[in-house]
Design a protein around this ligand. Structure first.
Ligand SMILES: [Zn+2]
Ligand SMILES: [Zn+2]
Length: 231
């Protein structure tokens, strides 16, 4: 399977934008951490569905000036993200767009843009500021042709049989067309609800043909050239 260059370029563009955005926030809140900020590396596997998807992610840890409060910095982060046209998580405190996450003892600002997410967490019990971010997961390979070849054609149908009216001889499940999966907006793909991975046509069980002698009257109605019994 070949990586598609366009998808990789798009993933790296998103990664670059995320890296630039986090670098800006680090410079704003914890400039000492800027020098130790990792460069954009290789994307990692986000999930192993077929085709596998990849994302860039980034974690930076810094220490703020104890004289500047987390609330002040959180407001600056919110302003910087907004200026860069990132969406910032809805405010639930009165004077900033930051969320006070009591369970973790910190003040959190979440940003998102084009499916990329970042989070800045200010500890309220220490000077630690943690920046995390990840791009959306993007498939980098084209799906393998995973359909089996058509079972029958007009030339190869057995004597005394007709091509299956449901699958026209392919033997493929008509919902997933023999792939075993269907496209899903959220998951990329999901198991076929018709055949549950079996991939085969429910009428002919994958044979691609039906014995004329065993056709039911309803099935027979699909074949105008019968009932002479020939193919
Ligand atoms: Zn199916
Ligand atoms: Zn069939």
């Amino acid at each position: 399977m070949a990586q598609t260059a366009a998808a990789r370029a798009e993933l790296d563009r998103r990664g670059g934008e995320l890296h630039e955005r986090i670098a800006e926030l680090v410079a704003l809140c914890t400039p000492d951490a800027l020098a130790a900020m990792p460069a954009l590396g290789e994307p990692e596997v986000a999930d192993w569905q077929q085709p596998p998807r990849y994302r860039h992610s980034l974690t930076v840890r810094g220490s703020r000036d104890p004289a500047v409060s987390p609330e002040t910095l959180a407001a600056q982060v919110t302003a910087a993200l907004t200026a860069a046209k990132w969406q910032v998580a809805a405010a639930n405190t009165q004077n900033s767009a930051a969320n006070r996450d009591e369970s973790a003892g910190g003040l959190v600002v979440d940003g998102s843009s084009e499916g990329s997410q970042l989070r800045v967490r200010f500890s309220t019990t220490s000077t630690v500021v943690l920046y995390t971010g990840e791009t959306p997961a993007i498939a980098l390979t084209t799906p393998e042709p995973d359909r089996r070849p058509p079972a029958r054609s007009a030339d190869t149908v057995d004597p005394g049989h007709v091509l299956c009216y449901e699958c026209a001889g392919t033997g493929w499940c008509p919902v997933c067309e023999g792939r075993g999966w269907i496209a899903d907006e959220r998951l990329g793909r999901r198991r076929c609800p018709e055949c549950f991975d079996r991939r085969v046509c429910p009428i002919c069980e994958g044979a691609g043909e039906l014995a004329v002698a065993r056709l039911s009257p309803v099935q027979r109605a699909n074949y105008a050239h019968l009932p002479d019994g020939s193919k």
